[in-house]
Design a protein around this ligand. Structure first.
Ligand SMILES: [Zn+2]
Length: 496
């Protein structure tokens, strides 16, 4: 019985180890996790069978104990109400509700009507056209939608200004208008899950699609765990399980805009084909679920995990010093310890510091309450340095609010990038105990962060619903100016 004896000792030791491991005080980092954001663009208000598809998917996930995010179109919510589908509404309500535009594909779609508008007009126009749908989704589902994502590739930066007015925290979609290392980022003060390295799904064609998706997921899981955890974004449309062709392609392709009475229903799948499609989704979800480190999260949970730690933080003079030190003529975001700052946030912090010092105060700390937007109008670049005196520089500092198109040093206008760079130098001198310099030289500088915003191109607007040849160069320039607000979103790995 020696063998048994030795085995039981081993078992006891293993048990003791387990107990001690459990009692170990929580250390800084929790085990790495793979967070799967599973979302459904719930948009088809033409084909009634898509209501049943939404019901089927929502009930399956509820049964699996998984909460997904259903981004609902305003007209879809109203259609469910008109058709008396309280059952569908109740099933979706068990998940998180997001928003996916008022009419989705009825012309003109957001990128089109935003394409020739500036910032303020665009925000107002998006709010005017899309808020009624937001309000309807909120009324019908009894909850304010937590996130927004555009129809097709119909993206526009001004939508972020409206989202902030509506109190939304997350932009949830898939596209390439803005991308930052293919990881989550903040843009215009909103968390974006948009262009991600791991945007995975099992296509609904057959067994081979499932097999392929499972392999891809395994690869993503391996990489994310090695990196300390991260996000996989997976999306479907409930209508995909019942149609053979998208509801909007049938009606609104290439700029078409028929009246409601001429809307056509799309060709549908047979019950067998639908079942095969559901099987793929269900098997794929169960496959992901079986890994202990996989956690399904909603948009709101993502906002918590990627919470902006700069917001509300008290910045000490030491913090201000490291922030000012990191500013260069290539104006961009910066990462400090456990938080990141967008260039516009660096601008208000440093400007606030200099303005206070100029007023004779020595601030103990500065607080950042929100992300100021970028310049609303095109900035005229300057290729030569500009000189001003310290008094003028400090008087200018006392007058800044959001990132201006031009910063006026008395009668001289300079781009905000140039001003920020000089601001950093003046801040460092003041922090070193020196007084305001006699003269301040402002060097040419550029908004380097704008490189993360796509150039206008035909590919960017490849959605079939756009009229052929649609382009939006002025709007993408505006989007580049909003790169003042861009910064990485940092995953909170602390054990809670
Ligand atoms: Zn859509």
């Amino acid at each position: 019985m020696r063998l048994f004896h030795s085995n039981s000792w081993r078992m006891l030791a293993a048990l003791l180890w387990l107990v001690l491991a459990g009692l170990r005080p929580a250390i800084a980092d929790a085990p790495a996790k793979v967070y799967v954001v599973l979302w459904f663009d719930t948009e088809d208000y033409i084909l009634p069978a898509s209501d049943d598809a939404a019901l089927h998917v929502a009930e399956f996930l509820t049964h699996e104990g998984i909460r997904a995010t259903f981004k609902v179109v305003g007209e879809k919510a109203r259609a469910l109400e008109r058709r008396g589908r309280q059952d569908v509404i109740a099933a979706l309500k068990k998940h998180e509700i997001g928003y996916h535009a008022n009419f989705h594909s009825v012309q003109p779609t957001p990128a089109m009507y935003l394409s020739d508008l500036g910032w303020d007009e665009g925000v107002a126009e998006f709010d005017r056209r899309e808020r009624p749908g937001f309000e309807d989704v909120k009324r019908i589902f009894g909850v304010a939608p937590s996130c927004y994502g555009q129809p097709g590739s119909s993206w526009g930066p001004q939508s972020y200004g409206a989202m902030r007015k509506w109190g939304m925290q997350v932009y949830l979609d898939a596209g390439s208008h803005v991308r930052l290392r293919d990881e989550p980022y903040y843009y215009c003060g909103i968390l974006n899950l948009y262009k991600l390295a791991y945007q995975l799904r099992a296509n609904l064609g057959g067994a081979k699609d499932l097999e392929e998706a499972e392999q891809k997921f395994l690869g993503a899981r391996k990489h994310l765990l090695a990196e300390g955890g991260g996000v996989v974004s997976t999306f479907y449309h409930p209508c995909e399980f019942v149609h053979k062709q998208f509801w909007d392609g049938v009606n609104f392709k290439n700029g078409a805009n028929p009246p409601r009475e001429r809307w056509q229903v799309p060709p549908t799948k047979s019950p067998e084909e639908s079942k095969a499609a559901y099987d793929i989704l269900e098997n794929y979800v169960r496959f992901m679920k079986r890994f202990p480190e996989v956690e399904f999260i909603t948009a709101t949970q993502a906002a918590k995990l990627y919470r902006d730690k700069a917001r509300g933080r008290k910045f000490t003079p030491d913090d201000i010093k490291s922030i000012a030190t990191a500013v260069t003529v290539d104006v961009s975001f910066q990462k400090q310890d456990d938080y990141a700052l967008a260039a516009s946030e660096v601008f208000v912090l440093l400007n606030g510091y200099v303005a206070q010092r100029a007023a004779g105060n020595i601030p103990e700390s500065l607080i950042l309450d929100s992300t100021p937007y970028g310049s609303s109008e095109p900035v005229t670049p300057r290729s030569a340095a500009v000189t001003t005196d310290g008094s003028q520089f400090s008087r200018t500092a006392s007058k800044q609010g959001r990132i201006p198109t031009s910063v006026w040093l008395g009668s001289q206008a300079v781009p905000p990038e140039m001003y920020l760079n000089a601001l950093a130098k003046v801040t460092l001198e003041l922090l070193d105990g020196k007084s305001l310099p006699e003269t301040v030289a402002l060097q040419p500088a550029k908004l380097a962060a704008a490189a993360h915003v796509a150039e206008d191109s035909a590919r960017l607007w490849g959605w079939v619903i756009f009229p052929r040849g649609f382009r939006a160069p002025a709007m993408m320039e505006l989007a580049k100016r909003q790169a003042w607000t861009l910064k990485p979103a940092i995953l909170d790995r602390s054990d809670k």
